[in-house]
Write a protein of this length. Structure first.
Length: 530
């Protein structure tokens, strides 16, 4: 019908929307947070009810004279309730990615279902008075627990609270009609309603406060067009967060300068890092998208989000890696370093934590070099001397002995130490202090990798060449090292099928990128050991 007619389908959708009270949707991060909180709520309520049932069993075993006549029926209802909640918890919330509508429906079902179970228990145990009070109390606790755990607007909390308390009203009517109660029917029902209203009111106010604080925190976590999420890593002068662009919705990693480290020289290094990285275009170097400063004075830059695993965590969780896989990773890193070296840049902090393994365009085992915070440009004086920052386990001897000789070969030494770690699962040198490790880097020959694990002879020789004490004894360049790595005959211990299988399993497991146990330190050149 033309004119003022309505669309029946649209009206139905509005009714469903109102019924499910999910008036405002949200972004993916909000949906994921909501689902995660419902998982927490499921776990807490499930085990709380288990404890409650065990307590009831022990109570009635010790005092059989106070056990209600139909208590076995209560156990059966409770058992069915636990099974249903377990299926929703383990089968749906943990096993699937649910929409906002589905999550809201589960939230509402939890409230009503819990209230129905407690109301049924109160009515069935009508030959005693205390079960009514106990079940009413448990309904109150469930509402308050949801208020604390699940982020919600006040309106949603009100609706869930009403759904939780609603079954208690017919239970109160049934108790008044079918059992002798101390209170008249109107007084009993009125007491239930008053208690329910007070609890719902308090929960609603609490939800509004918590929801408002959450929105304030969310607003505070915005940097320009980016909304910050969970912390996924850290570097020498900043923290890395998962983020999303407001319009593009593209997963992004944001590196934020730590407020306690904003000094002129640190800020110079941070700005130089993003400027240098923005000029690097090699596919094995992390891509930089944006750079800015928030109104609060936080400096940040946005870069490509790498949903993978750093080499530090790879070895810790999966052990030493096959030789062919190591060769592939090293050759890719050499490509990234070669571009940087040709532009006159030296990374100076190559270590497993700064190399991320990920998938790109369905290609597995793509290595990405990150964190150029300690880059030195060869044509500029190093303004950090007489102190130099480095990671001891991957620091070349010249960092301690001859800092003026720091160059491309310094990165190759560090890459050799990374290869050693990947192949053996052991660090090149260990010591009680960082100073002990640096002394060993400068003076002690490394133990051949083959003494720790089987390693192909050519690969071992090349790794040990990278670990030569003098820069001139190492490979001529990153490009030369890459060519020599690819020339080593493949051993067949890491075919493409193994890589595809490994990544398929990896995608199904949680794998946040966390701070690596290695740390970057400052070496005082003036007071170094002779």
């Amino acid at each position: 019908m033309e004119g003022g007619g309505t669309d029946p389908g649209r009206s139905s959708r509005k009714m469903i929307t109102r019924a499910l009270w999910f008036a405002k949707g949200g972004d993916e991060e909000s949906r994921a947070t909501f689902q995660a909180r419902l998982i927490v709520l499921s776990r807490l309520t499930f085990w709380s009810f288990v404890v409650l049932l065990v307590g009831m069993l022990l109570l009635y075993k010790a005092h059989a004279d106070i056990e209600p006549r139909n208590n076995q029926t209560i156990y059966k209802i409770a058992f069915v309730g636990l099974v249903v909640q377990g299926v929703i918890w383990r089968g749906l919330l943990l096993g699937r990615k649910l929409s906002f509508a589905q999550l809201y429906a589960i939230d509402l079902f939890y409230g009503f279902g819990t209230g129905a179970v407690f109301a049924s228990a109160a009515y069935i145990a009508r030959d005693y008075h205390f079960p009514t009070t106990a079940n009413l109390l448990w309904s109150c606790l469930v509402i308050f627990l949801r208020t604390i755990v699940v982020p919600s607007t006040g309106r949603r909390t009100t609706i869930v609270g009403i759904a939780t308390f609603l079954p208690m009203i017919p239970a109160a009517i049934g108790l008044s009609l079918n059992s002798k109660q101390e209170l008249p029917m109107d007084a009993l029902i009125g007491s239930v309603v008053i208690i329910g209203c007070v609890v719902i009111l308090l929960a609603t106010i609490g939800s509004r406060i918590i929801w408002g604080l959450r929105r304030q925190v969310s607003a505070a976590m915005r940097l320009g067009q980016y909304t910050l999420g969970a912390k996924i890593g850290g570097g020498g002068n900043g923290e890395v967060h998962h983020a999303q662009h407001a319009l593009l919705r593209r997963p992004t990693a944001i590196k934020v300068m730590r407020p306690d480290r904003i000094a002129p020289e640190t800020l110079d290094r941070f700005e130089r890092e993003v400027q240098l990285m923005s000029h690097l275009t090699h596919p094995n170097t992390v891509a930089v998208y944006d750079y800015g400063r928030s109104p609060e004075g936080l400096f940040y830059y946005a870069m490509e989000y790498l949903d993978g695993i750093d080499l530090e965590k790879l070895v810790i969780e999966y052990g030493p890696q096959p030789g062919d896989r190591v060769i592939s990773i090293l050759a890719q890193v050499c490509g990234a370093l070669n571009e940087a070296h040709l532009r006159g840049m030296i990374h100076r902090d190559i270590k497993p934590a700064n190399i991320i393994l990920c998938e790109r365009g369905a290609i597995p085992d793509v290595a990405k070099v990150v964190d150029f915070g300690l880059v030195k440009e060869e044509h500029l004086p190093d303004r950090s001397t007489p102190t130099i920052m480095c990671t001891p386990q991957y620091a070349a001897p010249e960092i301690m002995l001859a800092p003026e000789k720091i160059g491309p070969a310094t990165d190759l030494y560090a890459l050799g130490a990374v290869a050693y770690f990947l192949l053996t699962g052991h660090r090149l040198f260990d010591g009680k202090t960082d100073h002990d490790i640096l002394i060993k880097q400068a003076t002690e020959p490394p133990k051949p990798p083959s003494e720790l694990r089987p390693v192909a002879r050519q690969l071992e020789a090349l790794v040990l060449e990278c670990l030569a004490k003098k820069p001139e004894h190492r490979p001529a360049s990153a490009a030369d090292l890459a060519n020599r790595l690819r020339a080593i005959a493949p051993g067949g211990d890491w075919p493409d099928s193994h890589a595809a299988t490994w990544w398929e399993k990896f995608r199904k497991s949680p794998h946040p990128i966390s701070d690596a146990p290695t740390r970057t330190i400052t070496v005082d050149i003036d007071s170094r050991a002779a």
